[in-house]
Design a protein around this ligand. Structure first.
Ligand code: HEC
Length: 302
């Protein structure tokens, strides 16, 4: 039996082999820390995922080794016949005593005592006690259940999934707003771009209805102010032109500057929304004013 797989010298190469896939990860981590270039979130997930898998495999291998050892009787020496001819019971090691205790199974020699009369195909049912490790786990789950119930449902100390979701979404919204507040301030008529985000365009539509429709019409068809749905523009139809007009207005012609009332991001959303109106041909459209604007396919970012 000594020749078997648990020979330490033979296990070592296996363990080293199992650890090999860790090396690239370690190398990447070192490189990241020395060059300052970090791994992307996805790369990190993959690397840590693989490492987790490795550890799991390692644990499985160790468990299998232990099982093999047990089965090979090395952990559980059987009685030997002494030179005198009598049967010598080997001293039981602590783990064997422990296993006997937690399993509480009737030893195979006394099997007949727990044999029931149920038989199928020559297989008999034994009436062993429930293994204490199993019942202990059962009681632990009951205790856990009670604690869980009290903690989450009776005293409401922890938040349930839905609340957790709401909290995280609220927190994320705070972070997004904070980001937009700082990043948004850097949006101006020199760098503004068209956005196609449906949510933001929806918000812009509401803003337009509230603040702009009095002069430009609910659908942008024009009124006191010019028609915003045709291809003619007095001040240019690029997103930067439109942004500039919304921001600074044309006070002498009755178009208010909005920079003190709207954030740069809101003005960006409005500019983009106005571009989406082009070609919608609403009823009662005001006659074109200004020059025709050639919009390129990507909705003219100039
Ligand atoms: C009080 C009336 C009024 C309101 C309110 C108003 N506008 Fe205007 N807007 C005008 C007038 C008048 C003009 C034409 C200016 C000119 O002739 O140069 C104009 C021009 C514009 C232009 C340029 C059109 C072109 O052909 O170049 C844009 C873009 C525009 N407005 C967007 C908006 C947006 C967005 C809002 C809401 C935030 C808004 N306006 C609110 C009256 C208004």
């Amino acid at each position: 039996m000594k020749r078997f797989i648990y020979n330490r010298k033979r296990i070592l190469p296996w363990l080293i082999g199992l650890l090999l896939p860790f090396l690239p990860a370690v190398a990447t981590a070192q490189e990241a820390s020395s060059t300052g270039i970090g791994m992307s979130a996805l790369e990190q997930y993959v690397v840590w995922g693989l490492m987790g898998l490795e550890v799991l495999l390692l644990i499985i291998v160790v468990i299998l080794l232990v099982v093999i050892k047990m089965m090979s009787n090395v952990l559980f020496p059987t009685s030997e016949v002494a030179p005198s001819g009598e049967l010598v019971e080997p001293a039981k090691p602590w783990y064997q005593k422990f296993l006997t205790q937690v399993n509480d199974a009737v030893p195979i020699e006394r099997e007949a005592e727990v044999m029931t009369t149920h038989e199928y195909d020559g297989i008999y049912e034994l009436d062993n006690n429930l293994p204490p490790w199993w019942t202990a786990m059962f009681y632990i789950t009951i205790a856990f259940g009670v604690v869980y119930l009290l903690y989450f449902h009776v005293f409401s100390l922890g938040s349930l999934q839905e609340e957790e979701y709401e909290e995280e979404m609220a927190q994320a919204k705070i972070e997004v707003d904070a980001y937009l507040a700082t990043a948004g301030n850097s949006v101006d008529e020199t760098n503004v771009t068209f956005i196609s985000d449906v949510g933001r365009l929806d918000d812009a539509q509401k803003m337009f209805a509230q603040k702009c429709s009095a002069c430009h019409g609910m659908a942008g068809e024009g009124g006191v102010g010019p028609n915003l749905t045709d291809t003619y523009w007095i001040h240019g139809g690029g997103v930067k032109d439109i942004f500039r007009i919304i921001k600074n207005g044309v006070p002498e012609k009755g178009m208010i500057p909005w920079k003190s009332q709207l954030t740069p991001v809101e003005m960006q959303d409005l500019s983009s929304y106005i571009i989406t109106l082009e070609g919608t041909e609403p009823p009662n459209a005001k006659e074109p004013q200004g020059e025709p604007y050639e919009r390129d396919e990507e909705l003219a970012l100039n």
